[in-house]
Structure formats: structure tokens, C-alpha cells
Design a protein around this ligand. Sequence first.
Ligand SMILES: *Cc1c(COP(=O)(O)O)cnc(C)c1O
Length: 389
Amino acid sequence: MKFNTKAIHGGKIHEKQFGAHATPIYQTSTFVFENCKQGGDRFAGRDNGYKYTRLGNPNTNEISAKMAILDETDAGLYTSTGMSAISTALMGLMQAGDHFICSDCVYGGTYAVIDKVITNYGIDMDYVKINDEEKLLNAFKENTKVVYIETPANPTLELIDVKRIAKIAHEKGAILIVDNTFMTPYLQKPMLLGADLAIYSVTKYINGHGDVVGGIITGKQEYINRINNPHLLNLGGTGSPFDSWLVSRGIKTLGVRMDRHCANAMAVATYLENHPKVKTVYYPGLESFPQHDLAKEQMEGFGGMISFELIGGFDDAQTLLDNLKVFSLAVSLGGVDSLIQHPASMTHAAIPEPERIKAGITNELVRVSVGIEDVEDLIEDLDKGFQLI
Ligand SMILES: *Cc1c(COP(=O)(O)O)cnc(C)c1O
């Protein structure tokens, strides 16, 4: 079966009692046992029926299974947020005394959880310019257990060659985790490129409608098991049944939404690139994008995220952002509606300025999440904003 068919039917629960076509919402905290033996068997793992929603729920299982199918991998784990997926994965795969490598441009919350939480538990790490092979090779230590990357990176859109990094990580005995939030399984399948695990903020494209926060980890069974038990089950980052249900519903249109995001973003990026007030545009689909060839090689499309800098710097960008009517001035991304924001003062404000600039997140940089509206309306909105500068 191909992608859209799997997005609609994959992992689906067939409700038997009433024959409901749509998956019911199992909005319950606990599950009744028929007798003591059954309850005991479930807790002992001899019967895989449900016990308690933190430990498993039909709705969270449905979305976990669907995502694993779409990523063409073994298993998935639905979590309460993308950050919960990231923190639980890192804590689940490492312990005090271990070391990991992280690419130097990642989501702001990822920096924050690493710097303020993970490294306080005796886990050592280095941020590395991963595309510099010498720097990467030098960063490995005896105790390096994980390499963590994001491609395209948020918000610079810099790409990392997943196949190449997977090979290096495996040679060094480390696990490769890819934050695939920007691409989704529709446009990039990390495990088929050699990664061990993929992480998603399903808050973004996977749910796609801007009304849920959630996360998912997909990948090899062995690692998913380690992250799930004892970590996810006891740290408690399990997602809610209703949110899982909304995500399962949203994901059915993932393929059609992504096609439209890609087409709209290409048109907006081309418009920006040709605008005299724009200095630089970063969009993997543009010929001018330095890693355009790698984008064509490892991605099935170029996605809906663009960042750009104006010749007039942040002063002019502020005028533009404050006057748009169709684009909303808001963080987050990947929903059907277009959003625009300023990473240096918003999503990536947690990163100290020198490191932020080094990672390419300048004070001028503006990030756009191109929605699926009619693209003529998006361009007209930008055009009116530019006229005020
Ligand atoms: C938003 C985001 C996250 C964090 O996800 P939440 O659902 O907000 O917790 C992680 N990685 C990337 C690339 C993101 O864009």
C-alpha cells in the first residue's frame, strides 16, 4: 500500500461492539478487569490487555502504530508533547557517565532541555557542526552513546546528510536520532536512510491543525522498548486519548496537506527571492539553496518552512510582521494556516546570543510556516506588508 492509503487505514482500531466506522475515543483513565487473575496477568505481562491509560490506551496505540507504518519502521510511542518525546528518548537511552553529540542548530526547547535538565543528571554532551566531518569525528568519545540531529534544522533549514551521519554513528557504536518534525514521514523517512529513531513534534504537520500538542518517537523495536519501559511509563509523558484521536484524524490528510505546503512554500520562497527588499532566502527547494542537491537526494519534497533576512534588518522585518493580515504572528508551525515569527526573540530566545549567531540564527532572521491557504492571498498579504517598509 502507498502512503495516503496507509495514512488513512494504517493501525486503525476496528470497534466491534457497535461497529463504529470512526475510531471511538477511549477517554478513560482505567480499564476494568474481569477477575483478579486477568488483572494479575496484565500486570505480569502475560495478557496484553489494557490496565491504566498512563501505561497504554487504544487511542495512543492507534496513532503510535500508524506512525510506525508511515515511517516504515518497527514501532512508535505517542507522548504528551514533542519535548516529552525528546527528553524521554534521551533519558531512556543514556545514563550518568554517558556522552552524546548534538548538531549545533536544533529547536530552542531541545537546547533548553539539554542545557538545563539532561546535563544536570551526569550526562555529558557536545554541540557539533555536524556537516564538518573532522569536527564530528573528533567529538566522539569512548562513552558516546547517541548522535542527535535535526534536518532541516529549525530555523536555518540547514540540512544534514542522514545516510552519512548514520554510517559514522554506527561505526562509533552510537545510536542516531533524527528530529524529523519539519519533513514528516511523507517527505523524509529517517530509518530508511539509516537512522535508529525519529522524533516528531506532532503538534506541527502530523496533526496539522494547530489544536493539539503531542509528540511521537518511531524506530527500532529494541530502542522503543527501552524508552517505553521503564522511562515513558514512569516519567509519565504519555499523551491523552482525545489528543491521540485528534492526531489520528489529522494524519489522514498528511499527504495532501504536505503537497500543498510544498507548492505554496515554493511560490512564496520564489516571490521573496525576487523581492528587492529581501537579502537572503533559505528554502531547500530553491536552486540558490547551498544544499539543494542533498535536499533532492534525501527528501521527497522541500516542505513548508522558509526563513529569510531583509536588507533593512529586524527594524524592517518588524514593520512587515506587525502588519500582516493573513499570516498570524505566532510561534509553532506546520498547521493549515500560515504563521510568521522572529526566532531570535521568540522560539530560539533561550539560546545565548553568541551560540545562536554561530548556529546561523541571526537577529535579522524571520521564519515562515507556509500554510495551505490560496497562495495568491499569501503573496498579496506579504506584498501589502512590504509596501509599508
Ligand atoms: C516544536 C518542535 C519541537 C517541540 O515540540 P512540542 O510539541 O512543542 O513539545 C521539537 N522539535 C522541533 C523541530 C519543533 O519544531
